[in-house]
Design a protein around this ligand. Structure first.
Ligand code: WT7
Length: 640
């Protein structure tokens, strides 16, 4: 059985890649023809990067849930769509077939309609990794409501900011969530986020932990009671969506200001997540796909939900964390479910590698066929450990580079089809035209002593799932991604390219940090620190961290200590956790009396980065500093 658009050889990769550039419209209309449309497109692609304005499959009408659910009912009704592994390995697991998922999504879609949710309304989802999270997301898509999932680790303040930005009137949440040894009181965080809010009309609460919650009359309702009011067999017709109607908003950090709401389209996003899922992982019917991300991040949207389900795959949803009850948890899950594809982050690999081989003993990993990584550059040591100890040297590893804004994978090898190269994402997917430019936007042509090109990674033309805008602020989208270099989408990443065309992503070149695969803006952390009473000014940089990839180093000027320095340090951490969430807490805080600034008042982060890295001697040119003396003080007080 041959899949109509799965690339099956290196020659086919080369010819498909070429064809996707020579005739993008023909290439993508061939692929799009294999989806369920209510009406097909009039034009495949219209675009310019100056506004920017990108329209894929203009004139087409569809609903992504028809493609993820209804179309599988004829031949996969009884196949598991979702396998759910609870946080506690002793609790019963759940299997949800395509038939059951279709029913549950229809039923909850009716609940949303009963509660007044309409096409185009924004629905904020703040839940743990339970099947009902998948059901909530798909039910929104079913009725054309725009979902905005917020990761369960974000604070009430972060939620409040996102609710306001998205003007969301509806929230779906849980009483609480289990994550490892912790119980997270989700509903109570929502209650804090809603103090003083008068735009949220309805909060639907799913019971997960049974913890006591406050339910505000007229606003808060229970998931279970609402579901009871709807017949189990009700059928909610899929809302007709235009190709470019927004499917969802997902907030992500940039180098300035508050997180921005990345908007993805209905048709282009569907086609790209499906195409890349099938090609990067080479998914074969019947395989079990395990992506360990949280649905609160783009990886979960694209490769737990939409990509796998649109391809009729079985996707595994894991509620817990890799190290609880012990560091063998992933390996137990792979053994238990006979997982075929494992897709995880370098930070998880490095952390599990640190536990040695004991947690692997007695675990049967022979079902594994493909391994993947995403989220940050993978170091060679971690790559080799993953290859030897998990893949037993018989599973290809795909190193997938992409971003919230790209919707799906843009650069990666194809499992078992195109070669892997440790720490290299390798080649672009068909339809993707990467280019490296210097700081002036001129394409880099000079190779270094190793024969490599080095520059800022840009993409020259749109792929189907490129972001369309940042919610409520199109100019911000233009400024952020399309204004740095004319006619190019700028990724914010630096990269190398070898003579065979392979790319190695080296990391962000802007003020965005990547901490354990979580994206955090330095400006955001600074704002949170500055919110703390007594803080005069702060500067935040990243430093290399063995497990997290990057750690957060904060230089802080305070007017006085509350009690003592240690107390103030703890208070600042508490404030950052309150304002953003625990994931943004600095690993190191150094109290300083001044920051290295140029005469025009700009902080020289280059110097601060070097000191955070442990460099004390070669700090580069400090002659333009207003007060070179502060550098000596900072070097002497640097936190190990
Ligand atoms: C940033 C995007 C893509 C989903 C998860 C992160 C970094 C991502 C790789 C990789 C090197 C990578 C980049 C990118 N990144 N994948 N395979 N190799 N770096 O999505 O939170 O939007 O972060 O993650 O720096 O810009 P995100």
């Amino acid at each position: 059985m041959h899949h109509p658009y799965q690339i099956r050889s290196i020659e086919q990769y080369q010819s498909d890649y070429q064809r996707s550039l020579d005739d993008p419209e023909g290439f993508w209309s061939f692929i799009a023809d294999h989806f369920v449309w209510k009406k097909k497109w009039d034009r495949v692609l219209q675009w310019n990067f100056s506004e920017p304005r990108v329209r894929w499959f203009e004139g087409a009408q569809l609903n992504i849930t028809k493609n993820c659910l209804d179309r599988h009912l004829s031949d996969k009704a009884d196949q598991p769509a979702i396998l759910w592994e609870p946080n506690d390995p002793n609790e019963a697991a759940r299997t949800i077939t395509y038939q059951q998922l279709h029913q549950l999504v229809c039923r909850f879609a009716q609940v949303l309609l009963n509660n007044g949710v309409k096409k185009g309304d924004r629905v904020c989802i703040y839940m743990g990794m339970v099947p009902e999270l998948a059901i909530a997301v798909l039910a929104c898509a079913r009725i054309g409501a725009i979902h905005s999932v917020i990761f369960g680790g974000f604070s009430a303040q972060s939620i409040a900011d996102r609710l306001t930005d998205a003007q969301a009137a509806y929230i779906i949440t849980c009483d609480g969530a289990y994550r490892g040894a912790k119980d997270i009181p989700l509903k109570s965080v929502i209650d804090d986020a809603l103090v003083g809010n008068d735009t949220v009309k309805r909060v639907i609460v799913y019971t997960r932990t049974g913890t006591a919650v406050s339910m505000i009359s007229g606003r808060d309702v229970w998931w279970e009671e609402e579901m009871e009011k709807v017949s189990a067999s009700c059928h909610v017709p899929a809302e007709t969506m235009e190709a470019e109607d927004p499917l969802f908003i997902l907030y992500t950090s940039g180098s300035t200001g508050k997180p921005k709401g990345v908007v993805h389209s209905s048709a282009g996003y569907m086609v790209w997540t499906n195409y890349t899922f099938l090609n990067v992982f080479q998914y074969q019917p019947g395989q079990i796909h395990f992506c360990t991300a949280d649905i609160g991040w783009i990886t979960g949207h694209s490769y737990i939900l939409y990509g796998p389900l649109s391809a009729g795959a079985t996707t595994l949803l894991f509620e817990g964390v890799p190290t609880w009850p012990d560091a063998g948890r992933f390996w137990d899950i792979i053994d238990k479910y006979k997982v075929n594809i494992l897709y995880t982050a370098p930070t998880a690999i490095r952390s599990l590698m640190g536990f040695g081989n004991a947690p692997l003993e007695g675990k049967d990993l022979s079902s594994l066929q493909v391994l993947g990584t995403v989220g940050e550059p993978i170091n060679e040591e971690a790559w080799h450990w993953y290859n030897e100890h998990i893949g037993k040297k018989r599973c290809p590893i795909v190193d997938t580079w992409w971003q919230t804004e790209t919707g799906g994978v843009l650069i990666s090898n194809l499992a078992g089809i195109t070669p892997s190269k440790p720490a290299w994402a390798t080649l672009p997917m068909p339809g993707v035209k990467p280019i490296l430019v210097d700081d002036k936007g001129v394409p880099v042509r000079e190779r270094d002593e190793n024969g490599l090109l080095k520059g800022n990674l840009c993409i020259q033309s749109p792929w189907p799932s490129i972001l369309r805008t940042t919610y409520g602020d199109h100019e911000r989208c233009r400024q952020n991604y399309f204004a740095t270099y004319e006619n190019l989408y700028f990724t914010g990443d630096g990269a190398l390219q070898d003579a065979s065309g392979n790319f190695r992503i080296t990391g962000r070149v802007d003020d965005v940090l990547n901490v354990s695969g979580h994206r955090i803006g330095t400006a955001e952390v600074e704002n949170a620190i500055n919110a703390h009473a007594g803080v005069v000014e702060s500067a935040v940089v990243g430093f290399p961290h063995d497990i997290k990839g990057q750690g957060i180093y904060a230089y802080v000027i305070v007017s006085h200590f509350h009690q003592d320095a240690e107390h103030t340090r703890k208070d600042i951490l508490q404030t950052v956790a309150r304002v953003i969430g625990p994931i943004a807490k600095p690993d190191k805080i150094q109290f300083v009396s001044g920051l290295p600034k140029t005469r025009s008042g700009k902080i020289m982060r280059r110097i601060l980065r070097k000191i955070a890295e442990g460099e004390t001697q070669h700090l580069g040119d400090t002659s333009t500093l207003l007060d070179p003396g502060v550098v000596r003080e900072i070097v002497e007080g640097a936190v190990e």
